[in-house]
Design a protein around this ligand. Structure first.
Ligand code: SAH
Length: 254
């Protein structure tokens, strides 16, 4: 008997940001597969099996989940944020495409989650109100030159730029290079948001500018939003401020 496989987004961290469908899917699974800290966010249910693995082994984990599903289990693979955004859903589909023929018969569903960029944007206003792009700064899975090429194009195209995976202990210098590249295309007063651990107890949101952005403030749990030429930081009195990008756009001279 062939089982089923769901790839479930857990959102950015807070329990109330998990969708009802995600909760239902997790509760119905016989087996949970995923990175240990993400599995720890899911309530324990007796009789349910947990298969924790290292964060770097995405394809191995996907194959393990597909083998379990092929043997008749009802498997949920967990992912932070949305499973389709720099996460496990692609690894599962890649494993199906290149793996065992029987895996095509498994019923696979993707259960969306609130991606970190949406949760971060909601905290400070509406910075993603116009055309934006999301770029992962991690060069574990792609050459750094590809990252630079995409950053250059996004900066020249005046997109709002969201940076996932901006820094880690193993990648300390990339963010500084990325910000300097973007600064060649944008005003030094462009709003920049450092959103750390959004919706977690240690959440910290810093609004700064391209001139003052300090790469050392970012780590693996930080997401960065760099405004376009239209993005505004508005002070609303009494220390209150918000960042938004208007719904209309004008042609900006290159
Ligand atoms: N699938 C996830 C992204 C995984 S990539 C999603 O849709 O959100 C991992 C990166 O996501 C981190 O390096 C960080 O840049 C960002 N991230 C994930 N959760 C976050 C949170 N709660 N606060 C800030 N950034 C977060």
């Amino acid at each position: 008997m062939t089982g089923r496989l769901s790839i479930v987004g857990l959102g950015p961290g807070a329990a109330e940001l998990i969708t009802p469908l995600a909760s239902e899917t997790l509760a119905a699974a016989t087996d949970l597969v995923g990175y240990g800290p993400y599995l720890a966010r899911v309530a324990e249910r007796s009789g349910q099996h947990r298969h924790a693995s290292d964060n770097r082994e995405e394809l191995v984990r996907a194959k393990q989940a597909l083998d379990l599903a092929a043997s008749g289990r009802s498997v949920a693979v967990v992912s932070s944020g949305d499973p389709g955004v720099f996460a496990m859903a692609s690894a599962v589909f890649e494993a199906i495409e290149t793996g065992k023929p029987g895996w095509c018969d498994i019923e696979v569903t993707v259960v969306p989650g609130i991606s970190a960029m949406l949760a971060a944007a909601a905290r400070i206003g509406a910075p993603l109100g116009h055309d934006f792009c999301a770029i992962s700064l991690s060069d574990n899975l792609k050459p750094w030159d590809v990252v630079l090429k995409r950053l250059e194009a996004a900066a020249a195209g005046d997109f709002i730029i969201v940076l996932y995976n901006p820094a880690s202990k193993a990648r300390p210098w990339q963010l500084g290079d990325a910000l300097r590249l973007i600064a060649r295309h944008r005003a030094s007063s462009t709003p920049v948001i450092f959103a750390h651990a959004v919706s977690r107890p240690d959440e910290r949101i810093d609004i700064t500018t391209l001139a003052d952005a300090d790469p050392a403030q970012a780590d693996m749990r930080t997401l960065i939003i760099i405004g376009s030429s239209a993005t505004k930081l508005v002070a609303c009195g009494k220390g209150k401020s918000f960042v938004y990008t208007p719904r209309h756009a004008e042609l900006v001279a290159p």
